[in-house]
Design a binder for this molecule. Structure first.
Ligand code: FAD
Length: 347
């Protein structure tokens, strides 16, 4: 109930304006986000590499509503990859990048106009029917998908030249088909392009079986996470225990398959299950992934044990959506932040 109220409040434009201007938000952002620009991202990547961790960098932004902006996001990634390469950070994929399809044009329609209503950053809480305008046209809208694919292809080409690769982040369920299609198509040329699947979606066990089937799509890199978006019950499990069970089932399928699983969770029990399943795999044939600023001690512990551990590091000025998703996973922090705006008993 509290989480629902907090999410609803955070969705308002007024709250967005207030939050993004506060010192309290800035302090929390500094925990989760590397900084505003590519130099900040490179600096943090360098520090994490020095600590024996792998890195994936995310240029913050999503739901891009014009084609020029989508192209600019792709150009930012290309420049970032050049900087990383110049510093020797990309060798053997040590530092790679993560890209959101809606940041590079997935929601655009012909002519570059915004054909579908941009999704609000905060969806209704899990299990609440989604009342936003349907974007079912997304599947038919060749153009947004084509723009996103072409932009991600530019990034994949730059990554390939730098000796590294790209992972295509997962967003809400309405983008899943297009995102998986884009990744499969790009893997024909750049086999290292990674997909992301979300254990909270009911469809994901079927998706991972397809991704893990020998010969269907090579042996792809697949990140498994729980899913950070609020989805309708028709599409997603809403109970935390059901999501954990789905994660464990999907994890087993990926770990028994020929691909390269990327296990993205901070949950100790799921990490333990992954470690147990990993005993029957070749060393170095899978990796753990965690977010910058969350369970850093566990990241270090796993790396010290010899495991491959990658830290997901976001950077850029458009941090509101990312921050709110992190805070929604910790409603106590979001409550504190909102209370700093409206102190009880204050003047
Ligand atoms: C590397 C990586 C990439 C991801 N990519 C995507 C993606 O492409 N698409 C997508 O939808 N989601 C993505 N996510 C987010 C993911 O779906 C979850 O929302 C998020 O990881 C929380 O789930 P959890 O598995 O860590 O479990 P939880 O049960 O949420 O957390 C387990 C424990 O981790 C700690 N923790 C978790 N979150 C926080 C927090 N915000 N602040 C402080 N401590 C915390 C707490 O100790 C908590 O008890 C990604 C996550 C990671 C780690």
């Amino acid at each position: 109930m509290l989480r629902r109220a907090l999410l609803a409040a955070a969705a308002s434009d007024q709250i967005r304006g207030l939050l993004t201007g506060t010192q309290a938000a800035r302090a929390i952002v500094a925990r989760y986000v590397a900084g505003d620009n590519a130099s900040d991202a490179v600096r943090v990547a360098r520090d994490l590499r020095a600590a024996g961790l792998l890195v994936t960098l995310d240029y913050l932004g999503e739901d891009t509503t014009d084609a020029l902006r989508a192209a600019a996001v792709a150009a930012e990634y290309v420049t970032l990859l050049e900087k990383l390469h110049a510093e020797g950070l990309t060798a053997d994929g040590a530092v790679e990048v993560s890209v959101k399809p809606t940041a590079v044009g997935l929601l655009l329609s012909p002519g570059g106009a915004n054909g579908v209503a941009p999704r609000s950053i905060i969806r209704p809480p899990r299990g609440v029917p989604d009342e936003e305008p349907s974007v079912s046209g997304l599947q038919e809208s060749e153009s947004g998908e084509k723009i996103a694919r072409e932009n991600i292809e530019r990034i994949a080409a730059a990554a390939d030249s730098a000796g590294t690769t790209v992972t295509i982040d997962a967003e809400d369920h309405r983008t899943t088909d297009a995102s998986l299609r884009i990744a499969a198509r790009l893997r024909e040329r750049y086999p290292g392009v990674g997909s992301v699947v979300q254990a909270s979606l009911r469809r994901t066990e079927t998706d991972v079986r397809a991704l893990a089937a020998p010969g269907t799509d090579g042996a792809p890199r697949v990140r498994l996470c729980k899913g950070a978006y609020n989805e309708p019950v028709s599409e997603a499990f809403t109970d935390a225990h059901e999501i954990d069970k789905s994660f464990a089932r999907c994890l087993r399928v990926l770990m028994e398959g020929p691909g390269y699983p990327m296990i993205a969770t901070h949950a100790p029990r799921l990490v333990r299950i992954a470690a147990a399943l990993g005993l029957s795999r070749e060393p170095g044939s899978f990796e753990y992934q965690m977010l910058y600023g969350i369970r850093s001690d566990e990241q270090a512990r796993l790396a010290a044990s010899g495991a491959r551990v990658r830290v997901y590091v976001p950077y850029g000025g458009d941090w509101y959506g990312y921050l709110v998703r992190r805070l929604a996973e910790r409603p106590a922090s979001l409550g504190l932040l909102l209370r700093s705006l409206y102190p009880l008993g204050g003047t």
